[in-house]
Design a protein around this ligand. Sequence first.
Ligand code: BDR
Ligand code: CA
Length: 311
Amino acid sequence: MAEKIIFDTDPGIDDALALLLLAASPEVELLAITVTHGNTSQDKCLRNALQLVELAGITHVPVARGASEPLVKELSVAEETHGDGGLGYAQLPPSSQKPDGLLAHDLIIDLVEKNPGEITLLCVGPMTNIALAFLKKPSIAGKVKKIISMGGAIHYPGNATPQSEYNVFCDPEAFDIVLNAGIECILVPLDVTYKCIFTTEHLARITKARSDVKKFIDDSTRFYMEFHASHQSIQGCAINDPLAAALLIDPTLVHNRDYFVSVELLSPTSKAKTIADHYGALKKAPNAKVSMDVDVERFMNLFIERMNALI
Ligand code: BDR
Ligand code: CA
């Protein structure tokens, strides 16, 4: 049976690629897309999500407007990474889709209540919407099947500050709430996603996708690759969010380690750092399965095969 999921996202170039991967994957039943601020503003992320469901041919999936701001800190956006509009050089036609009548956190509550123990939350942006849902209705945390989250940096340096990963950086307090909600949580940090560098050679293997999908992938990743080259000296682009999504299709792509992970909330120099208790010094039960290794080739093959299925 297909895995029921809610996709919480801030599209975003790699978010968009993750959405395409989900749309191409019968292993997944996408119940809703809930939009957060993050790579760009809530308004632009929402517009992008509504355009992407048309591109991906999944207009039956509700798209809900989410939080415009983090719980505590001020808003950040990453337009130098993802472009002014959030999708690099890609230009999608205006969407005829409208957002769902419920706000993201209310839609999450509603769907989890109706499907107790069955829904996986796939979270590839700041965790504000999920934290708001848990704060409003604490009992739903116990009804979520599990969380897969692209977030954090364990040994790898940060990409937002020297020590913090962007999704955690954008709303560290929300991430802390979700991590400690007592739900099975698979954390997919930069340690593995930055091994998954999508190159022009990979791009050249996407030959069968419908022409508008292919053009979208070309135009969005060209911008993303330019950012990685100019800011991080990486040839290609890290496809973070698709790796998290791919675990719904094949969990054996990664090797996980059980850790108690905390989020630094106070230090001015390392705020939003994710700290794993490697040797169990804190004597706390693990709160996350953290992906520490990945079969890059198998993941890239899966990603390219699914993009080629979008015909
Ligand atoms: C994460 O931050 C965003 O820029 C990407 O979409 C991804 O979810 C990587 O740190
Ligand atoms: Ca994202």
